[in-house]
Design a protein around this ligand. Structure first.
Ligand SMILES: Nc1ncnc2c1ncn2[C@@H]1O[C@H](COP(=O)(O)OP(=O)(O)O)[C@@H](O)[C@H]1O
Ligand SMILES: [Mg+2]
Length: 268
């Protein structure tokens, strides 16, 4: 079963898409990885130099059972594939309301796929698309760039609490500090707050503020294409941490050793 990571926060501009795309690219160097774009803006495709308006079928067709997921994903680079979106998905968010089991459709659509990792880029609202991502995921990675993003992260936790009751699910909740500026009061104070509130569930890796990342995204590149940038090391390190965490979890399930990591909900 793939390890599925939803990259979510109820705020735009916090580095969700940058993180989803770069994490998927680095994971794909070693593992079969699917990047799922659940934002109608279609920025995942653009980050890999592809015009999303030309793509069909998309994740919209998978959500509405018009296409099978294995026919809708396209190769990007190495072992990374993309299940793309485009603006059609914005209508999908509304249409989902009239469907049967509207928040389980992504999970059901992805179920037949054979990947090691699935990384889902969520839109900035906590609507039906994001709920589909959360229900499909075992890990929720919350990028936090500043105080307002930290407040928005609490709303993601609240939604997970409600989903837990409805679906008897649990998630590993991990927080990633983005747009980090070493030595700058705001960044360091936020770091302290995150560590107090989330403990070990804050990734050691911080994604530094670096315009290389935005320049690369606009040029249709990931940080793998920019090996001299700090963004390359930051996202490589994040991928290593994700992989290490997964191995530690596998070891734990063999030994039964307790984990101090925070999870929301019952184990599954
Ligand atoms: N660490 C970073 N440093 C500088 N710019 C970044 C960084 N991460 C993302 N960006 C840029 O900031 C903008 C918002 O990032 P994005 O990943 O699209 O956020 P979200 O998906 O949360 O809306 C984009 O232009 C992106 O290229
Ligand atoms: Mg985005």
């Amino acid at each position: 079963m793939p390890k599925t990571i939803a990259v979510s926060n109820q705020k735009g501009g916090v580095g969700k898409t940058a993180t989803a795309c770069n994490l998927a690219a680095f994971l794909g160097l070693r593992h079969r990885t699917l990047l799922v774009d659940l934002d109608p803006q279609g920025h995942c495709a653009r980050t890999f130099g592809i015009d999303p308006t030309t793509l069909s079928p998309t994740v919209y067709d998978v959500l509405f059972k018009r296409a099978k997921a294995d026919k809708a994903h396209i190769p990007l680079r190495d072992q990374t594939h993309l299940l793309p979106s485009n603006k059609e998905l914005a209508i999908g968010e509304v249409e989902l309301r009239d469907t049967f089991r509207p928040v389980e459709r992504l999970r059901d659509g992805l179920r037949p796929l054979k990947f090691d990792y699935i990384v889902i880029d969520c839109p900035p609202n906590l609507g039906l698309l994001t709920l589909n991502a959360l229900v499909a995921a075992q890990t929720v990675l919350i990028p936090v760039s500043a105080t307002l993003a930290y407040i928005a992260a609490q709303n993601v936790l609240e939604v997970l609490g409600k989903l837990k009751e409805d679906f008897e699910m649990s998630w590993d909740v991990r927080v990633l500090q983005t747009f980090y500026r070493q030595g700058v009061n705001e960044s360091e104070a936020l770091r302290e707050q995150l560590v107090v509130d989330f403990g070990e569930n804050v990734y050691d890796t911080r994604i530094n503020l670096n315009t290389d990342i935005s320049v690369a995204m606009s040029a249709g590149e990931t940080m793998i294409d920019n090996p001299r940038s700090s963004g390359y090391y930051d996202y490589k390190r994040l991928a290593d941490e994700v992989l290490d965490g997964n191995q530690a979890k596998a070891r734990k399930s063999v030994t039964g050793a307790p984990s101090s990591r925070r999870s929301v909900g019952a184990s599954r």
